[in-house]
Write a protein of this length. Sequence first.
Length: 295
Amino acid sequence: MFHGSIVALVTPMHANGDIDFSCIEKLVDWHINNGTNAIVVAGTTGETPTLAFEEHLAVIRRVVDHANNRIPVIAGTGSNCTHKTIEMTRLAMELGADACLLVTPYYNKPTQEGLFQHYQAVAQAVPIPQILYNVPGRTGCEILPATVARLAHHSNIIGIKEGRVESAKEILALCGKNFDVYSGDDITAVEIIKAGGKGVISVAANVAPQAMHDLCQAALTGNDALATQIHERFTPLFHNLFIESNPIPVKWAMQQMGLIPPGIRLPLTPLAANCHSQVKNALIQAGVMSATATA
């Protein structure tokens, strides 16, 4: 349903932590004008753990309204409470989101049967396309390919964001071509697409939307040489955007590029000074930032 480069959009904030809604609109326009294929709003990169309930909805509303059907919008609505997930997913649907991204329930560490029942309950309650989101390094909870295969039979569950190549391949083998698999990690995007994936939910697209579009388009159309060329040029950036916890490095990079103000909310802190040159050099090597830019 959604193919190509899907940006995991940051939530721009002023220095005092207030959300910069006018900047959100500018970012939406920038992505539309630079080839991004869809926007994930209020995901991990959007700092949802520190957004109040009303802020979470307000960010989704602003992106959906400003996009105005020019680009698909996927809202992050998952939580570690099934009732809250259903409520947020329903509200996102009512706001006009095209789909929802549902992270595995974090901290309470459900069993595979608990994960199955959680996702099934959301899918049965809210008639909107839903994408599962597996990120055990953050959640302490992993949804196994066999459980994904059980859930893939539900018509509202259309795909999964999975960063690990072997898991993605196993899911593709179990679920078939009608279930969409998206790389959840820029570094694995080309390999997962070549294995049958539909695209990437990308952090790097925040700073390089056109290049990530081109990488995905090349991989999806079998232009392996171009996909590999872009991948190799961006590999240092892919790594350095995780030199500290996401979205710390990407927000710093976007600030240096003049795209967003400097705000980030505790417990996340601004990028450590000893990491600045490493991230800047990766931006320069990728062709995203000029060597003369001030950092």
